[in-house]
Design a protein around this ligand. Sequence first.
Ligand SMILES: NC(=O)c1ccc[n+]([C@@H]2O[C@H](COP(=O)([O-])OP(=O)(O)OC[C@H]3O[C@@H](n4cnc5c(N)ncnc54)[C@H](O)[C@@H]3O)[C@@H](O)[C@H]2O)c1
Length: 372
Amino acid sequence: MAPTMEDQQMMRGQYRVVVIGSGNWGSVAAKLIASNTIKQPIFYDEVWMWVYEETLHTGEKLSEVINQTNENVKYLPGIKLGNNVIADPDLENAVKEANMLVFVTPHQFVAGICKRLVGKIRPGTEAISLIKGMEVKMEGPFMISKLITDMLGINCCVLMGANIANEIAVEKFSEATVGYRQDKEVAQRWARLFSTPYFLVSIVQDVEGVELCGTLKNVVAIAAGLVDGLDMGNNTKAAIMRIGLREMRAFSKLLFSSVRDSTFFESCGVADLITTCLGGRNRKVSEAFARSGGKRSFDELEAELLQGQKLQGVSTAKEVYEVLSHRGWQGLFPLFTTVHEICIGQLPPSAIVEYSEHTPNFSLVEGSALYY
Ligand SMILES: NC(=O)c1ccc[n+]([C@@H]2O[C@H](COP(=O)([O-])OP(=O)(O)OC[C@H]3O[C@@H](n4cnc5c(N)ncnc54)[C@H](O)[C@@H]3O)[C@@H](O)[C@H]2O)c1
């Protein structure tokens, strides 16, 4: 039944949003959200954005400059976020009134942030993670959405897709996928918060599938960058992307039997893989690594090429490798295995197209052909 006028009146401003993170994607997420909260009465107009405080080379504080100029001059220069975005360097204060938490920081910082938020969250709060990456613990891999749920005791959806932030910032058309566990209504609310005419959001009941797509494609992007740096051409890159997609699906389904094949055809799957292998930051840094013959470290190249932005693919490759070695699955995943061994200097960049020493055994992996 559609809500009555009275219901709508009662729901006015009911949902208050905070964006936890203010990097490149965090800032674009705040812009998208702010353009909707101002128009849709169920959302409170103002959107808080927690800023990990930095002092700019001018001596000014980043959060103060964002509030004065309405621009994140460090991570998204030249783009107005919307006057209803409020930058706040105080995490506890930023979340105080919120009941919709949008997590969008590099994945290595999430556990520390959640630790600071324990006991500070309003009852009934919902979360969504836009974060690509995972944590590997003794007991196995931990998806970031699960980490948030376990640490804060709140439900957490995910939003992933072919979403290079700078392109969405200038309102070029793209799509995204929200993954949810049980509550479809909550997922629809998240889709409503993010959707714009240039940003189409669909929902699927497959949190792990959506999140693993977003996480694992960064490892494939490292492989794609190596291929570019070795000047191997388009056929090789397409082959790497296909093999990578197959490993993404196999790995996800081995970890979570609930993962659906159809998820890999959503924006979070094949579309994100393509955009990341063609244009993302992981590809870019990896290309530079291959061009240096593997002599310059990823850390050094990240600092030189990304101006404070973080690379995810190298740490995710390590995390995936830990899972593979712990479970004895390395032989099943030659691409994932090789990417990590190249990243740590154990193999040369050219090993990305040499499979002879890693003959895969795909008996566990449904529908897979052997490599020759
Ligand atoms: N940029 C994109 O195009 C894009 C697209 C989709 C998803 N993502 C994902 O979004 C997440 C966030 O990426 P981003 O692009 O917004 O960030 P970013 O890499 O542009 O910026 C890094 C951010 O980390 C913050 N930071 C640095 N040290 C910190 C600390 N100790 N604690 C907390 N924060 C700290 C910085 O202030 C900055 O806001 C990542 O998981 C990324 O994979 C990014």
